[in-house]
Design a binder for this molecule. Structure first.
Ligand code: ATP
Ligand code: MG
Length: 420
C-alpha cells in the first residue's frame, strides 16, 4: 500500500472537479435557505446508542455498516452513518422544540461514513445535504420537502430523475400489515439471515435487492391495502399537493427504505443513469423517532440527498455546471522591482473583489504566461522595468491577445472595466 493512497472506499475532492461538489451542495441548500430552514452542524461522531436506537438495531446500517469504536476513555462512539438521528438529538438537547415555533426547520451538509462494499456511487465516506422539519404533522410539510428537493435538482439541470412515493402507515395500521406480511414471508424459501429479518423487521425484506428474493415477493400483501383511513387521507393530501405543484411522482408500494424510523410518507429520488446505485436521495416522515431516542412525541419529516451520486447524475446527463473561473487576473512581473509593484497591485485587486493570482517563484516570461493561461484568467497584468519607469503596467487580454498600457494607479478600475 502506497503512502499516497486514500483509504479503500474513499476519494479526494480535487480542483477543478471539487468546484462541482461545492456548487452541488450550494444548489441543494439554496431552496432550503429560501424556505425557512436554518443551518445546523453536529459532530462527526455520536454515542453509538443514538444510532442503535434511532436508526434501528435490525438495519444494515447499524449491524454491518457502522464505524463503531471505543475511545481511550471507554466511550462507545460511532462515526455518523446518517444525519437525521444527530439533528434530532441536537434539536432536543438545545430545546429547539420548546421555543414555541414548530416545526423546527433545519438543513445540514456534511460527511457520512458507512462500511460498505465500495463501487461506483457507493463509498465508505460520502457526502449528503439534508433537511429536517421537526414537530409538525402536516401533509403540506411533506410536500414542501419533496418540492424543494425537486427544485434543487431542476436548478442543477437534472431531468432524468424520478420521485418514488409511498406511505408506510402508522402505529395503528402498520402492525396489522406487518403480521400479514410475516405470514406471507414465512411461506417462502429464504436464507437464515432473511428469515431472522422476517421476525425483526419484515418490511425490510421487501427492500431486498437480490433477484431470487424479489421473484418470490410477487404476491406479497401490499401496505396500500392495509392503510387506515387517517393514513390514506394524509397520503392523498401529499399526493394532491405535489400534483398541484407540478411535481411528477410514481406510486411505489414496495418502497420501504433502509431505516426503521419511517412512518407514513416515504420517498426516494432515483436517477436512471447510475446503474445499480440509482438512489440519489431519500427521506420521509419519522413520527416515532423522537420517542425512540428518549424525547417527547415530535412528528417530523426530512430527507437527505447524496452529493456524490448527484455529481455522478450530472455526469450521466452530460451537464457541466457554469462555474466561473477561479482567477480573473493573473499578474506577471519581470524583475525584482516589478515583483514588488505588481504584488501590491494584486493585493489591491483582491481587496476590490477581483479574483487575482500572481506568478510566484520567479518564473521567466514564457512560463509565467503559460501559468496565466492555465489559470483561466481573462487578463494578464505584465510589467517590466521600462513600464515601471513610465508609471504603467500592460493589461493583456488573454483571449484576443490585445495589450494596453494603463497607469499604475488606475489598475483596479481598468481591470474591472476590461472584465465587464
Ligand atoms: P442505498 O439503497 O443505495 O444503499 P440508502 O437507502 O442506504 O441508499 P440513504 O440512507 O437514504 O441511502 O441516504 C441518502 C442518500 O445518500 C442516498 O440516496 C445516496 O445518494 C447517498 N448514499 C447513501 N449511502 C451512500 C454510500 N455508501 N456512498 C455514496 N452515497 C451514499
Ligand atoms: Mg445503503
Amino acid at each position: 500500500m502506497s503512502t499516497f493512497q486514500a483509504p479503500k472506499g474513499t476519494y479526494d475532492l480535487i480542483p477543478p472537479h471539487s468546484a462541482t461538489y461545492l456548487a452541488v451542495r450550494e444548489a441543494i441548500a439554496a431552496p432550503l435557505r429560501n424556505s425557512g430552514y436554518g443551518y445546523i452542524e453536529t459532530p462527526g461522531f455520536e454515542n453509538v446508542e443514538l444510532f442503535a436506537r434511532g436508526v434501528g438495531e435490525s438495519t444494515d446500517i447499524v449491524t454491518k455498516e457502522m464505524y463503531a469504536f471505543e475511545t481511550k476513555g471507554g466511550d462507545r462512539l460511532a462515526l455518523r452513518p446518517e444525519g437525521t438521528a444527530s439533528v434530532l438529538r441536537a434539536a432536543l438537547e438545545a430545546n429547539l422544540h420548546k421555543a414555541g415555533n414548530l416545526p423546527v426547520k433545519l438543513w445540514y451538509s456534511g460527511s457520512y461514513y458507512r462500511y460498505e462494499r465500495p463501487q461506483k456511487g457507493r463509498y465508505r465516506h460520502f457526502s449528503q445535504v439534508g433537511a429536517e422539519a421537526i414537530g409538525a404533522e402536516d401533509p403540506a410539510l411533506d410536500a414542501e420537502l419533496i418540492i424543494l428537493a425537486d427544485q434543487s435538482y431542476r436548478a442543477l439541470g437534472l431531468r432524468n430523475f424520478r420521485i418514488l412515493l409511498n406511505s408506510l402507515g402508522d402505529q395503528e395500521c402498520r402492525p396489522v400489515y406487518r403480521a400479514a406480511l410475516q405470514d406471507f414471508l414465512r411461506g417462502l424459501d429464504l436464507d437464515e439471515d432473511t428469515r431472522r429479518r422476517v421476525d425483526i423487521n419484515p418490511l425490510r425484506v421487501l427492500d431486498d435487492k437480490r433477484e431470487a428474493v424479489q421473484k418470490q415477493l410477487a404476491g406479497a400483501p401490499l401496505l396500500r391495502d392495509y392503510l387506515c383511513e387517517a393514513c390514506k387521507a394524509y397520503h392523498e393530501q401529499v399526493r394532491e399537493l405535489l400534483t398541484a405543484a407540478g411535481v411528477a411522482f410514481e406510486d411505489d408500494e414496495k418502497l420501504v427504505r433502509g431505516l426503521d424510523y419511517y412512518t407514513r410518507t416515504t420517498f426516494e429520488f432515483v436517477h436512471d443513469g447510475l446503474g445499480s446505485q440509482s438512489a440519489v436521495g431519500g427521506g420521509g416522515r419519522y413520527d416515532g423517532l423522537s420517542e425512540m431516542i428518549g424525547g417527547p412525541a415530535l412528528p417530523s419529516v426530512g430527507w437527505a440527498l447524496g452529493v456524490d451520486r448527484t455529481v455522478l447524475a450530472l455526469e450521466a446527463e452530460g451537464i457541466t455546471l457554469d462555474i466561473p473561473a477561479a482567477t480573473a487576473v493573473y499578474a506577471v512581473p519581470l524583475g525584482e522591482e516589478a515583483r514588488r509593484v505588481l504584488f501590491r497591485a494584486v493585493t489591491e485587486l483582491r481587496r476590490a473583489g477581483v479574483a487575482t493570482d500572481f506568478a510566484y517563484g520567479g518564473k521567466g516570461l514564457k512560463n509565467a504566461m503559460k501559468s496565466a493561461n492555465r489559470s483561466g484568467a481573462r487578463l494578464a497584468l505584465v510589467a517590466g522595468e521600462r513600464d515601471l519607469a513610465e508609471g504603467v503596467v500592460q493589461l493583456k487580454d488573454l483571449t484576443s491577445g490585445e495589450q494596453t498600457a494603463v497607469a499604475l494607479d488606475a489598475v483596479v478600475d481598468e481591470a474591472r472595466r476590461a472584465l465587464g
